[in-house]
Design a protein. Structure first.
Lengths: 381, 350, 310
């Protein structure tokens, strides 16, 4: 545990002992740990007590902190090798900040992200570079995530410039063309510029860039929400195909609950910086126990006009509270129809509710509600 | 097989048998750009009755929004041009009216709700002032009366503590609340027709449901016609009475909402329905419509959908399909159903 | 449609590739390529570019246009009026109060003006651009300090500051004038660059490069700079004309270059404006055309680089 004790000023996390920390004294060992394969079904990413608070400051030259936006406020989950974990939630729930933290694009305020047992929030140098190579990202907006001044060949080849050990120089052009072929684009397009492509094709280019370094984990932040309906299906199918082909693990962040169900093995629901419910796709969609999940699912318009008379709609009142000033106790209580005094005093923990523990029921999954109960809102009565 | 110019109106709640409120006939809109003429709308026909909701469904570039802008008279001309077509509001062609006459209809008789509420509201004026402006300008009310009316409207669209918030500025409201204010503004003069262009696309799911509910409720109350422009098959299924599906500036299918989802009569509609994942079951691999939406500078000859259509034959590459009247296999006409597919019979019955 | 891949045609993915918006493979154009296409068809650009090329040739090879020496004083020609029939000869546009050929001086003055304009623009763009880039990209205290320094310089009235500085030099060579103008002129470029960099550094493709593990220099020079530079180039082109005008103004006030320069000639001509208007007229026309040409070029480039103007 030599690595961990170096940073004592950080908040201690209760779950640390659960994680199998590899004893890595040197950078070389950390690199070796990161490069080692993980068996299918074993955790590849473990997130523990992750927090990101953005300070709110006043003053121009002499800034003083007047508060904090708690964008991510204590998130813990695992990603298993070969699976797709969907993360859903409304805007401002912190799901995109989680993606940035996982990519090391933002510094966590507290908490750990273990990649194969190595806490990547504390790695640097060669070990961090090795992690970066193995965790890649696909961005939401294919119109802004590609540099307009670079050719497609340069965009997809850039990962090799940064990590030259992956592909020898003479081999790069061929590799880039292979990648274009893999994502279903004509390999002769290497000299074109992004603006010559449509949204769906650009997203394929973004995916090719993400695949270039042969990563093990890909974080997808709303990868299809900017695309037309008829093109969304093409990209989703491509991503599923690539997952099988390259044995990838996905974290799939989206607000479209139908797409998340389609692609995910497990789903986590976020609200105001916290995961409120997590489980398999069937557990979450067909047997949700958290009232927020139930409201969210019931609000999704379904492409079935017959269902509109039969389906029960839970229409929430009000808006999501500001993450700068979240409610005490359960953060959903201000919009919840079940809220009681207890909800304001006691923060519900993300755990399997006591009444469902050990039971052979799909409700036996983690849900952060004092009054968790099963309710199917998706299927028409 | 009968080819028709325009369909008989679909019997609609509250509007059955009457003349339509709005009728678009053979509308063409083109844009003159450096690269050439972009044919955004190529002969669109549709109509709406009072109390009826018409959903215009299409992807980006299908011409659904341009048609709406042409109806509102808010297209920038140039570069836009309307070479052909009629837009009849209560039987009168708005394209032949003077600018002054059209201005009187806009806002008073036909109002529009946009996707982006924040950029549609003036950031330096309070929402109360902006709502009251409608009454001051159109009805000559005093400042005080106008403000009272604004509060009343905000109550109408269920903005909590309306009286206290009437002097707030747009940025002080959340996205859902701002969209309510936009709806309030559209409703201010009790128009006959509302055109809502992707009104909930920018909103979160739970807020989306609130806003759509509100819109449907107010429509019933005022017996307004509603044209809902959207790409979301879920939203359409929730609120529409009838649907017009657009592709490359044309209507490819028209149908009452239940019929369309049950038995699509155009391969594009069928493809769209098959390509969206379901919330209530875990599907297999999604059906994907191959290829890309067409470039409007070079719309494919014949049926614009033919390069992406799994059933395309030679005739599809040469002949533009008219809007056929769709019937049962025995020839019984299906009210309000049309399909612009040479092989609609095979598509709907096969 | 040419067969572009070897896959079977019913593969949806192949269809995607074949239906690409620009199906002609030779049509590989960057944003600059697009801008160039736009510029070629723009008469404002064509006219200004032709003028500028002509002026550059004039500055580099004045001997191509006149054989007369601009400093050759011959009092026998004292205030000799133009002889408009003698195209391109020394007496074409007449002689000034010291018996020097106005035509030769108008041609030879080009070099000084263009050198001052181009030199100042180069220094200003490099220095101001660097300050703006550092300030915009790194932000924080560095930005706070650099921005305040920029504001301080911005507060100095441009011409007054230049006059005060040049007044302390007796030997005002081209380099001294460039130095003085650049010292006071870099702030606008720095501000434009800073704003542009701040916008670009938040772009997703910069985030994407960071996510790949790219270093600061790669991000700056490969992603931020190429995208942030367009507005700076527009400012540079327009201000090139402005600096030429400023040099002339300073020379007119007796604080500009020592030697042949339009500003000096305009100043001299001003003394004889009642008897010989032509002495002032021709350098003024040259100056106006030059300044106008660069400002027109700047406008044309701005429109070509801004997709919203299309």
């Amino acid at each position: 545990m030599a690595e961990l004790s170096k940073n004592d000023e950080r908040e201690a996390t209760p779950n640390v002992s659960e994680v199998d920390v590899v004893d890595a004294h040197s950078e070389t060992e950390a690199v070796a740990a990161v490069e080692a394969p993980v068996d299918r079904g074993e955790p590849i990413l473990q997130i523990r007590g992750l927090k990101k608070h953005f300070p709110l400051t006043q003053g121009i030259l002499f800034k003083r902190q007047v508060g904090a936006v708690k964008a991510v406020d204590g998130v813990s989950f695992d990603l298993y090798q070969g699976e797709t974990l969907g993360i859903v939630g409304e805007s401002g729930c912190g799901k995109s900040t989680v993606a940035k933290l996982l990519m090391n694009l933002e510094q966590a305020t507290a908490g750990e992200i273990f990649y194969k047992g190595q806490d990547i929030t504390r790695l640097s140098g060669r070990a961090l570079k090795a992690v970066r190579r193995n965790i890649q990202m696909v961005f939401q907006d294919p119109y802004t995530s590609l540099n307009p001044r670079m050719t497609v060949g340069d965009i997809i080849g850039e990962p090799f410039d940064i990590h030259p050990e992956v592909a020898p120089k003479g081999d790069r052009r061929r590799k880039v063309q292979e990648l274009l072929d893999v994502v279903g684009l004509n390999p002769e397009y290497v000299n074109r510029y992004p603006h010559q492509f449509s949204g769906g094709q650009r997203q394929r280019i973004g995916i090719a860039r993400g695949l270039a370094l042969n990563p093990e984990v890909i974080i997808c932040d709303e990868p299809v929400s900017a695309l037309d309906v008829s093109v969304q299906a093409q990209v989703i199918n491509l991503m599923e195909k690539l997952q099988d082909e390259f044995d990838l693990s996905y974290i799939f962040i989206a607000h479209d609950l139908s797409i998340v169900r389609h692609i995910s093995d497990r789903v986590g629901v976020m609200y105001l910086g916290k995961v409120v419910e997590i489980g398999s796709d069937e557990q979450i969609y067909d047997h949700p126990t958290h009232p927020y999940t139930q409201a969210l699912l019931s609000a999704v318009p379904q492409p079935d006009p017959e269902a509109r008379e039969h389906r029960e709609r839970i229409i929430l009142t009000g808006d999501v509270p500001s993450p700068a000033n979240p409610p005490s106790g359960c953060s959903f209580r201000t919009r919840c129809w079940k809220a009681e005094a207890r909800c304001a005093e006691e923060t519900p923990l993300l755990a399997v509710p006591q009444r469902f523990q050990g039971g052979d029921t799909p409700a036996n999954h983690e849900s952060a509600c004092h009054f968790a109960e099963e309710k199917d809102v998706v299927h028409a009565a | 097989m009968t080819i028709i110019e325009d369909t008989a109106p679909v019997p609609a709640p509250g509007g059955s048998g009457d003349a339509p409120l709005l009728e678009v006939r053979d509308l063409h809109v083109e844009f003159h750009t450096r690269e050439g003429v972009v044919k955004a709308v190529n002969g669109v026909n549709y109509n709406v009755h009072a109390g009826e909701t018409l959903a215009v469904l299409g992807e980006s570039g299908s011409g659904k929004s341009v048609t709406a802008q042409a109806i509102m008279g808010i297209l920038d001309m140039p570069p836009a041009r309307i070479p052909q077509g009629e837009i009849l509001f209560r039987g009168q062609d708005m394209l032949k009216m003077s600018a002054e006459e059209r201005r009187k209809i806009r806002g008073r008789k036909i109002a529009m709700i946009f996707q982006d509420a924040l950029s549609s509201l003036n950031p330096v004026l309070s929402v109360g002032y902006q709502l009251g402006e409608m009454f001051r300008v159109h009805q000559g009310l005093s400042k005080k009366e106008a403000k009272a009316k604004a509060v009343e409207l905000m109550d109408r669209v269920k903005i909590p503590a309306a009286a206290a918030r009437v002097d707030d500025f747009p940025h002080q409201f959340s996205g859902g609340m701002r969209q309510r204010i936009m709806i309030a503004m559209a409703l201010a003069l009790e128009p006959d027709l509302i055109i809502a262009d992707e009104p909930t696309t920018a909103l979160d799911v739970t807020v989306q449901a609130q806003v759509m509910d509100l819109l449907a409720e107010l429509q019933r109350e005022y017996n307004m016609g509603l044209i809902l422009i959207t790409h979301d098959l879920g939203v359409v299924a929730d609120v529409a009475d009838k649907i017009a599906v657009m592709y490359a500036g044309r209507i490819v299918e028209r149908a009452p909402v239940h019929e369309l989802y049950k038995r699509p009569a155009h391969p594009y509609t069928r493809g769209l329905l098959d390509s969206i994942p379901r919330l209530d079951q875990k599907g297999q691999e999604l059906y994907a419509i191959k290829g890309l939406p067409p470039n409007l500078l070079r719309i494919p000859s014949g049926c614009a959908f033919n390069p992406r259509c799994p059933k395309a034959q030679d005739v599809c590459r040469t002949d533009v399909p008219p809007l056929y009247e769709v019937t049962e296999p025995d020839g019984t006409p299906l009210a309000g159903r049309n399909s612009a597919c040479h092989f609609w019979k095979e598509t709907i019955h096969g | 449609m040419p067969e572009l891949t070897t896959k079977t045609a019913d593969d949806p993915v192949v269809a995607t590739a074949v239906n690409a918006p620009a199906a002609k493979p030779e049509k590989t154009r960057s944003m600059w390529g697009d801008a160039w296409q736009d510029l070629r068809g723009n008469w404002v650009f064509v006219v200004s570019a032709v003028l500028i090329v002509l002026l550059i040739v004039m500055a580099a090879f004045p001997g191509l246009f006149t054989n007369a020496d601009p400093n050759d004083k011959d009092l026998t020609h004292y205030l000799q009026h133009p002889n408009y029939g003698h195209f391109f000869s020394a007496d074409w546009l007449g002689y000034d109060g010291q018996g020097r050929s106005v035509y030769a001086r108008a041609i030879h003055g080009t070099r000084a003006s263009l050198l001052v304009g181009a030199g100042t623009t180069l220094v200003v763009t490099l220095f101001g651009g660097l300050i703006g880039m550092l300030s915009g990209y790194f932000g924080g205290w560095l930005d706070a300090v650099l921005s305040r320094v920029t504001d301080m310089f911005f507060g100095i009235p441009f011409l007054l500051g230049a006059m005060v500085m040049l007044n302390s030099f007796t030997d005002r060579t081209i380099w001294v004038v460039i130095g003085a103008l650049a010292f006071l002129g870099w702030t606008q470029t720095a501000r434009v660059m800073r704003g542009s960099v701040i916008t670009i550094k938040q772009a997703d493709y910069v985030q994407a490069a960071k996510a790949l593990g790219a270093g600061t220099s790669r991000i700056l020079f490969r992603h931020v700079l190429p995208n942030a530079v367009a507005p700076v180039i527009v400012v540079a082109t327009i201000s090139l004309g402005v600096y030429i005008g400023a040099e002339a103004t300073l020379s007119f006030l007796g604080l500009g270059l020592n030697g042949v320069s339009w500003g000096n000639d305009i100043s001299d001509g001003g003394n004889q404006i009642r008897v010989a208007q032509y002495i002032m007229l021709y350098p003024s026309i040259m100056l106006s055309i030059t300044v106008l040409a660069f400002i027109m070029l700047g406008e044309a480039v701005r429109n070509a680089l801004d997709p919203k103007m299309r």
